[in-house]
Design a protein around this ligand. Structure first.
Ligand code: NAI
Length: 250
């Protein structure tokens, strides 16, 4: 029960890595706000939490992370429902992309930046203000990607946004340490979720072969690391990137 008494907002908590993290956090004793665009699926995860024997430990809210007001409202809901906030996991994201020279800037750049980059900025800002006002400190964990540190095919915009997540993390740690706030970014490699399942089976086999265990990472393997990063056991990990990529970047 490493997260006993802690309260978290998990964006993108309705699916994949986010859903696995909601379930892990609950089992570690936390209360969670599941903040996701897909309210139906977010509510289904909250029901799953109830049925696992933790009634009321999670609430779902429709949140578009590309709107600051929505992210602020998710933080406010955590405080209203559970009395405080200790952790935000800025994890909602979209993937995909086109060759750079085929871009329509209105379609292939701005919309993804709004979710994958601005969404994380908003999470840091809204949670950071709450942590400061509470006077308790807090932890900000944000999902970058292996592509945040390297170029890849069809990933011009995605890589830019995910690189910004790393930069935000360093700056937030630096600037917010005086309030007892830590910030950490994670870089997943290939995780078996809806984002990856949009690619062909052939490509997914190639993706898996790029990791040292020659298989896709399971979402709950990422969730285990996020729970550790959210806990006091990782107090000295701050302003840095934790690679959760099964050796992809080795
Ligand atoms: P997923 O597609 O299963 O989950 C993403 C969740 O984000 C969904 O529940 C979706 O409804 C939500 N979402 C999308 N746009 C949103 C918005 N504007 N506001 C609020 N919620 C929104 O995918 P997965 O893999 O769990 O993705 C989680 C994060 O992990 C993303 O940031 C992704 O870029 C990152 N990632 C995933 C990798 C993988 O191999 N699956 C690898 C590296 C990074």
């Amino acid at each position: 029960m490493r997260l006993q008494g802690k309260v978290a907002v998990i964006t993108g908590g309705a699916s994949g890595i986010g859903r696995a993290t909601v379930l892990k956090f609950i089992q570690e004793g936390a209360k969670v706000v599941i903040a996701d665009m897909n309210l139906t699926q977010a509510e289904a995860v909250a029901v799953e939490v109830d049925s696992l024997g933790f009634p009321g430990a999670a609430v779902a809210v429709r949140t578009d992370v590309s709107a600051y007001g929505d992210v602020e409202a998710a933080v406010a809901l955590a405080v209203e429902t559970f009395g405080r906030l200790d952790v935000i996991f800025n994890n909602a994201g979209i993937a995909g992309g086109k060759a750079l020279l085929d871009h329509d800037p209105e379609v292939d750049y701005a919309p993804m930046i709004r979710v994958d980059q601005d969404g994380v900025y908003y999470g840091i800002l809204a949670a950071g203000r709450q942590f400061r006002d509470q006077g308790t400190g807090g932890v900000i964990i944000s999902t970058s990607s292996i592509y945040g540190e390297q170029a890849a095919e069809l990933s011009f915009t995605y890589s830019a946004a995910k690189a910004a997540v790393i930069s935000f993390t360093r700056s937030a740690a630096y600037e917010l340490a005086e309030f007892g706030i830590r910030a950490v970014a994670i870089t997943p490699g290939r995780v078996g979720t809806a984002i990856i399942n949009q690619f062909s089976e052939e490509l997914r086999t190639t993706f898996a072969s790029e990791q040292l265990r020659n298989k896709m990472t399971e979402p709950d393997e990422i969730a285990n690391v996020v729970a550790f990063l959210a806990s006091d056991e990782s107090n000295v990990i701050n302003g840095t990137v934790v690679h959760v990529d099964d050796g992809y970047s080795s």
